[in-house]
Design a protein around this ligand. Structure first.
Ligand code: GDP
Ligand code: MG
Length: 442
């Protein structure tokens, strides 16, 4: 997408604000990208509407192209939609032990694997005592599978008793979890290849017995559109509290996540990233957003550019420094910047060769008050004096200091500081581009 947008915008305005036409043209590309990433049509449409409003009229930072700027806006909105109001994706409600967690989803979606991964996470990270139970009565192998995983990760599983129904097993799990003093018990239900009546009835019955604190829907992230339909169905029939997207280590483009969030409104809690037991991560909206857009660096680039306090101003100053120019106006600009950035130390620390001076300034008590006084001094100079402070005679110095309500000694200190800084700037200008200004831009 980023390439495509870059191309579009190369043919469009290069500067100023994003016009309505610019945005419209870009949005056509964004729409294609979303659909390619498997986002459903109505979701893509709504999404684009929201973006169009936000993007039109936005100022374009000079240091990025309009295309990059739009990508950033699109990315931020994606994150916004994906995150919803879920502030803590990795958190589960597991108070009031033993807390039941019901795992639901289609067969092969990764339920059993995810059950074990989650159990491991709860036990390793939060020190919870977890009991896992397989309710997959159709496939004895599935019960074995969970038991093996349990041994592997050091988490208890409910002993297998043949011939029990799913509801019976759920009851037994609850009993055992209560008696055994477990914090959490996890119910790994049977899946079907497709949603059917029998499956839903069984899951409902289990839900009614267990009264789960969390009902986690496990869906295969590679199945795109289908995943959303599955989620809708499960939510209507069973009620879903959170979603785990598995196989996100594959080459699925993540569009399902956006549709899922937008259509079901259910928070995506975790993402499965492989078959290993630690391949589970809490959901990071910006990673999925990046995946949908098929980009990596653009966002950080744009963020960097915007963090630059005044990119344009910095550029202008850079040019002046390279020519060895550093007058009182430049100094004032620097002082004002320092005020903004939280004082002298911070700024000086970022500038190579300024370490020593920073110490001196510290000793002379350079704090915000001093910065303000110095700015006031510069303000009481004439334009000519600011451009070339060497012309200052003793009588003028007296008047300037008096005008700012200060002693001449203070003005002299300022002038000395300016000379020192101009010196350093000159040297750095000779060192060439990059270096300092880059550092200052952070
Ligand atoms: P269930 O039928 O829903 O219980 O699915 P399983 O947990 O048995 O998983 C089916 C297959 O998918 C197994 O081979 C798992 O190892 C694999 N699997 C599960 N989660 C992931 C994942 O996040 N990434 C990858 N690559 N494979 C996964
Ligand atoms: Mg299973």
């Amino acid at each position: 997408l980023s390439e495509r947008l870059g191309g579009v915008f190369d043919r469009l305005t290069k500067q100023g604000a994003l016009s309505e036409d610019d945005v419209k043209t870009a949005m056509r590309e964004v729409r294609v990208a979303l659909l390619e990433a498997d986002v459903s049509l109505p979701v893509a449409r709504d999404f684009i509407k929201a973006i169009e409003k936000k993007a039109t009229g936005q100022a374009v930072t000079k240091s990025v192209t309009p295309g990059q700027q739009v990508v950033k806006i699109v990315h931020d909105e994606l994150v916004h939609v994906l995150a919803g109001d879920d502030e803590d994706p990795g958190e589960l409600k597991i108070d009031n032990p033993p807390a039941p967690i019901l795992m639901v989803g289609l067969q092969g979606s990764g339920k059993t694997t995810t059950t074990a991964k989650l159990a491991k996470r709860l036990s390793d990270r939060e020190g919870k005592r977890v009991l896992m139970a397989s309710l997959d009565t159709n496939r004895p192998a599935a019960m074995e599978q969970l038991a093996i995983l349990g041994t592997q990760i050091g988490v208890d599983t409910l002993p297998i008793i043949k011939g029990q129904s799913a509801v019976d097993i759920a009851k037994r799990a609850k009993q055992q979890a209560t008696m055994g003093g477990y914090d959490v018990y996890m119910l790994d239900t049977a899946g079907r290849l497709h949603i059917d009546e029998v499956l839903m009835n069984e899951v409902q019955a289990v839900r009614d017995v267990a009264n789960p604190r969390e009902t986690m829907l496990v869906v295969d992230g590679l199945t795109g559109q289908d995943a959303v339909n599955v989620a809708k169905e499960f939510d209507e029939k069973v009620g879903v509290s959170g979603v785990v997207l598995t196989r996100m280590d594959g080459d699925g483009r993540g569009g399902a996540a956006l549709s899922m969030r937008a259509i079901t409104g259910k928070p995506i809690k975790f993402v499965g990233l492989g078959e290993k037991m630690d391949a589970l991560e809490e959901f990071h909206p910006s990673r999925i957003a990046g995946r949908i857009l098929g980009m990596g660096d653009i966002v950080s680039l744009v963020e960097k550019a915007q963090q630059t306090l005044e990119a344009e101003q910095a550029e202008r100053m850079m040019k002046r420094f390279q020519k060895g120019q550093f007058n009182m106006n430049d100094l004032r600009g620097q002082l004002e910047q320092m005020l903004k950035m939280g004082g002298m130390e911070g700024v000086m620390g970022m500038m190579p060769g300024m370490g020593k001076m920073s110490k001196q300034l510290e000793q002379s008590g350079m704090d915000d008050t001093v910065l303000r006084r110095q700015i006031a001094l510069i303000q009481s100079m004439t334009k000519k004096e600011r451009a070339n402070p060497q012309v200052l005679q003793a009588s003028r110095k007296k008047r300037i200091a008096a005008g700012a309500g200060m002693e001449v000694s203070e003005l002299n200190k300022l002038l000395k500081m300016h000379r020192q800084m101009a010196d350093v700037m000159k040297k750095m200008g000779k060192m060439g581009k990059g270096g300092m200004m880059k550092k200052m831009a952070g």
